[in-house]
Design a protein around this ligand. Sequence first.
Ligand SMILES: *[C@@H]1O[C@H](CO)[C@@H](O)[C@H](O)[C@H]1NC(C)=O
Ligand SMILES: *[C@@H]1O[C@H](CO)[C@@H](O)[C@H](O)[C@H]1NC(C)=O
Ligand SMILES: *[C@@H]1O[C@H](CO)[C@@H](O)[C@H](O)[C@H]1NC(C)=O
Length: 258
Amino acid sequence: MARFLELLVVGLVGLALGLALADAAKLPAYFRPKCSRRSSDEVLSACVQKVANQGVSSLANGDKKLGIPSMRPLVVPRMALSQGTSTVGLNITWEPAEIWGLGESRLYNYKTNYANKSTHFDVLIPSFTLSGTYRSSGRVLLLPIHGNGPSNVTVTNLRVHYYYEWPTKKNADGKEYFYIPKSDINIIGADAMYINFDNLFNGDQTLGNSMNLFLNENWRELLKELGPGMAEAVGGVVLLVVKRLSELVPADDFWADR
Ligand SMILES: *[C@@H]1O[C@H](CO)[C@@H](O)[C@H](O)[C@H]1NC(C)=O
Ligand SMILES: *[C@@H]1O[C@H](CO)[C@@H](O)[C@H](O)[C@H]1NC(C)=O
Ligand SMILES: *[C@@H]1O[C@H](CO)[C@@H](O)[C@H](O)[C@H]1NC(C)=O
């Protein structure tokens, strides 16, 4: 069966629109010390992983100078997930979507290949929550799920694998900048998942309660079904932030040496 995921992340005004700053920015001071690009891939990877883990918590507070919003929580005005076909498919829209827990992300298994300009790493998010007002139609795990209201999907020890490529290109100012032509995100594991969709089936409590119970009992299957779409949605938002940083900070400024 043809299966497709379609993702729409609208908003994060300034980020999505690539709000232009007049001059190149500097790498924020919370990403220190800078790593030497002359080290071996192994040493470089360990260094970047350490610096990224030290800086992520500060970055998650937002950075006005770079136009990066706070991620405590990250509020996306509208996030839509649509998959499958019109008869057995599922549409869920969060308006707004609140994404909690990114500030506590911890990177591990960071492996960069400097010559290839490619990097793999895993991220552990101890408590990840997607909440906000949802609207859903279609089917999930073969059962209909129609409703709209408050929602909360919380995943414990969410583990995600990330791959991205980071060649550079020369911008109008004559400096080289990273760009991310290719990236890929996959959920690799989780310890538990708690799901609550309020006001399912026009507020029918009995149906709504049994649907939520069913979803919680079958969370592993649900994570398999919804995971790829959710990972793409959240990964897409995180990518906007990473792209923002790489559009504004010249590549040379990321390294300790020229
Ligand atoms: C570098 O990338 C090329 C293709 O993009 C790939 O064939 C090769 O295996 C990569 N090298 C390493 C060491 O990963
Ligand atoms: C999902 O939304 C699309 C576009 O609005 C629509 O064509 C499709 O029929 C919807 N699918 C379901 C299962 O509601
Ligand atoms: C979502 O549910 C979890 C688990 O019950 C709870 O700890 C958390 O506070 C809730 N978050 C939001 C934003 O409602």
